[in-house]
Design a protein around this ligand. Structure first.
Ligand code: PLP
Length: 391
């Protein structure tokens, strides 16, 4: 059976060029980057080249890039160290965060007694930034604001510049989980005064197990893994040289083709949206997902007008790999927090969320197959009788 992959927000297939670059490193650069001999130093040079490349992309200094094993580790390190080393006593966050932020914040509440304040979204999944400023100003406690940049379930984009400027003006720390947006859009941290951000290579055709944290210079952040002095002592442990090189190659390819990839994915997303609207009566889209400039072009979050908890399995049996929400919550029996925030009771009862997520490799033919499969499933629910209206 031909496989169709529409779960690119969960992970992306490795690019051939990335595989080649990594294999080359595995074969030839086996030195430990901490060793002083030339084999070690060759490996070190490879890492430092990628650090420079990432720093150029973000318009920051190489010393502000800390390589980690993934987005989860980067977010953990930042949040935990803000509490343990920077004296953060209060965290303002949202119910729209990825589990690796949400659970880490809760852990800090349980184990460190940190006060946690939630900024709730409206039904479109947007945040009221006036309310955010009120929350920031409502306490003298040392505060960290952590808000996701591009939501992994519905694609809503935060005005990261505005929030960063607000945090700076009010003297609070700001971390944004940028895992879904890194390498998919321009990111100029010389203009966006964010303190901390995160990245994961497997979201842009790089390897799993390779990411980085952006840590603003002189922030005072320390690592949570202790040991050797690697990564300026912020992340002990021998570096994943081939993973870092893979991240660098994937970033290079994304940046070289950014315009072309973005325009292809926008076209595919609009095509998917328009075909769904034309052919599935009562279909809706979650959050800002169906809009062009306020949501990430890689994600279309669909609300199907029938209840089918088995939809992922049914599509998989037809050769289509797709998630209902984030990969981390798709196996869970509970609906995702994001959906609970933006859907009303009737929609939760009667509808099925489906996250279609694209890459530059996605074709219209693959979308046609998805639409055919969804129409077949919808027909079995006799959806013509639905009275769910378009939002
Ligand atoms: N943050 C967001 C928004 C994500 O979508 C993900 C992955 O799904 C992560 C963090 C975690 O990244 P990783 O898989 O590299 O741990």
């Amino acid at each position: 059976m031909e496989r169709i992959y529409l779960d690119n927000a969960a992970t992306t297939p490795l690019s051939e060029e990335v595989i080649d670059a990594m294999v080359e490193v595995m074969k030839t650069n086996y030195g430990n980057p901490s060793s002083t001999h030339s084999l070690g130093q060759d490996a070190k040079v490879l890492i430092e080249n990628v650090r420079r490349q990432v720093a150029d992309y973000l318009h920051v200094s190489p010393a502000e890039i800390i390589f980690t094993s993934c987005g989860t580790e980067s977010n953990n390190m930042i949040i935990k160290s803000c509490v343990d080393h920077l004296g953060v006593e209060r965290i303002i966050t949202s119910p729209m965060e990825h589990k690796c932020v949400a659970e880490t914040v809760l852990d800090m509440k349980k184990r460190r007694g940190v006060e946690v304040v939630y900024l709730r979204p409206d039904k479109k999944g947007d945040f009221d930034l006036v309310k955010l400023e009120e929350l920031i100003k409502s306490s003298d406690k040392k505060t960290l604001v952590t808000l996701i940049h591009a939501n992994n379930e519905i694609g809503n984009l935060l005005d990261i510049k505005k929030v960063a400027e607000m945090c700076k003006l009010n003297d609070v720390l700001f971390h944004s989980d940028t895992v879904q947006s890194m390498a998919h859009m321009e990111m100029d941290f010389s203009q966006i005064p964010v303190d901390f951000a995160s990245c994961s290579a497997h979201k842009f055709h790089g390897p799993k197990g390779s990411g980085f944290a952006f840590v603003r210079k002189a922030s005072g952040l320390k690592g949570i893994i202790t040991g050797g002095p690697q990564e300026r002592s912020l992340r002990a442990g021998t570096e994943n040289v081939c993973g870092i090189v893979g991240l660098g190659k994937a970033l290079e390819l994304s940046l070289d083709h950014m315009e072309q990839y973005a325009s292809h994915m926008k076209e595919i997303k609009n095509y998917t949206r328009d075909r769904l609207l034309a052919e599935i009566d009562g279909v809706k889209f979650n959050g800002r997902s169906a809009e062009e400039n306020t949501s990430l072009y890689t994600v279309l979050s669909v609300l199907l007008p029938f209840k089918d908890p088995m939809i992922g399995l049914k599509l998989d049996m037809k050769g289509i790999a797709i998630s209902q929400g984030s990969a981390c919550s798709s196996g869970a029996s509970k609906p995702s927090m994001v959906m609970m925030m933006i859907l009303d009771e009737e929609e939760m009862e009667d509808c099925t969320p489906l996250r279609v997520s694209f890459s530059h490799l996605t074709t219209k033919e693959e979308i046609d197959s998805l639409i055919d499969a969804l129409k077949e499933i919808a027909a079995s629910f006799n959806i013509e009788k639905t009275n769910v209206q378009h939002r």
